[in-house]
Ligand binder design. Structure first.
Ligand SMILES: [Zn+2]
Length: 68
């Protein structure tokens, strides 16, 4: 599993594991059905919190320096 550097909003942990890619979520909100764009799903390796990002999100690698 590929690991990416990011910050968990719950425990501030910086290790997460990708558990799903190109995932679409759907559900009901106030009697209206919604469908999300394709998402990447990451799970915090410390507390297990699930984080969802759209596929355009970029994750910074710990060893990379700056953005091109
Ligand atoms: Zn966490």
């Amino acid at each position: 599993m590929e690991q990416k550097e990011l910050r968990c909003p719950i425990c501030q942990g910086n290790k997460a594991e990708i558990v799903g890619e190109d995932v679409k979520l759907h559900g009901m909100s106030q009697d209206k059905e919604f469908l999300t764009a394709f998402l990447t799903v990451l799970q915090c390796m410390q507390c297990g919190y699930f984080m969802f990002f759209d596929n355009s999100a970029q994750f910074t690698e710990k060893n990379s320096s700056g953005v091109t």
